[in-house]
Design a protein around this ligand. Structure first.
Ligand code: GTP
Ligand code: MG
Length: 224
């Protein structure tokens, strides 16, 4: 009876690490490098007890609460990307995690970010002016996640637990700053939405960092 739902669409270009992030969320061992692209929509679910619940006293419901995360893994490959519109329309998610890979080009990253914007508007209404009108009142979470932050380290990271050093974070912030104008368009079109940013390594960040992503979504959905 304490369970709550968080429904999230995972979007981003091919190879940015969407499936890897979902595998981590599910607790699957992903250190074995996968090279399989996603070709179809996958709905993944897991009930998790967020780590923040430890900080609540025993008599508080939050100490026992579980979150049913429903994550929709989408293919990033251009040929299949048009499916995003259908997914966004059908599953009525609370928000999207948009993943970026700093190893990919600025131009292609921006294009995919624009695709996500357009497909999301289409999913609201296929008539552009109607979609714009509805977008003004739409509450939604747009969370931009710079993934693969471990690739900023000078030697390839092979340890167990990746920590975001200030230097690595500076690089990631600089990378994301190239998309400030695109993110600004999201903000203008969806003034009631919540826009956030995270920096992770889906492969090597400790689970607590992965958990934090869902923590942020939880706070927005249930505590604001
Ligand atoms: N170094 C590093 N590699 C990563 C990280 N996350 C994912 N990868 C690697 O990036 C490659 C692509 O990851 P996927 O999770 O399959 O990417 P995807 O976004 O699901 O790609 P599509 O399904 O084609 O859209 C795999 O070889 C992963 O092991 C990360 O944080 N760091
Ligand atoms: Mg995938």
């Amino acid at each position: 009876m304490f369970d709550r739902k968080i429904r999230i669409s995972i979007l981003g270009n091919t190879g940015v690490g969407k499936t890897t992030l979902i595998d981590r969320m599910k607790g699957t061992e992903v250190r074995i490098l996968r090279s399989k692209k996603t070709y179809d929509i996958d709905i993944e679910q897991k009930k998790i007890r967020l780590q923040s619940s430890n900080s609540f006293p025993w008599y508080h419901p939050e100490a026992y609460r579980k979150y049913q995360i429903l994550a929709i893994d989408n293919p990033g490959e251009i040929k299949f990307r048009r499916q995003w519109r259908e997914v966004l329309r059908t599953f009525n998610t609370d928000g999207m995690l948009f993943l970026l890979d700093p190893q990919q080009s600025i131009d292609s990253t921006r294009l995919v970010m624009e695709d996500a914007y357009n497909y999301f508007l289409d999913s609201i209404d296929l008539k552009p002016d109607k979609a714009d009108e509805k977008a003004e009142f739409k509450k939604y979470i747009f969370h931009f996640v710079v993934n693969k932050c471990d690739t900023y380290l000078s030697i390839p990271f092979e340890g167990k637990s990746f920590q975001l050093t200030p230097e690595v974070k500076d690089h990631a912030v600089e990378f994301l700053s190239q998309f400030a104008s695109t993110i600004e368009i999201y903000k203008e079109t969806f003034p009631l939405s919540n826009i956030g940013i995270s920096y992770i390594s889906a492969l090597y960040s400790p689970y607590s960092e992965i958990d934090k992503l869902f923590e942020i979504l939880k706070v927005y959905l249930y505590e604001t």
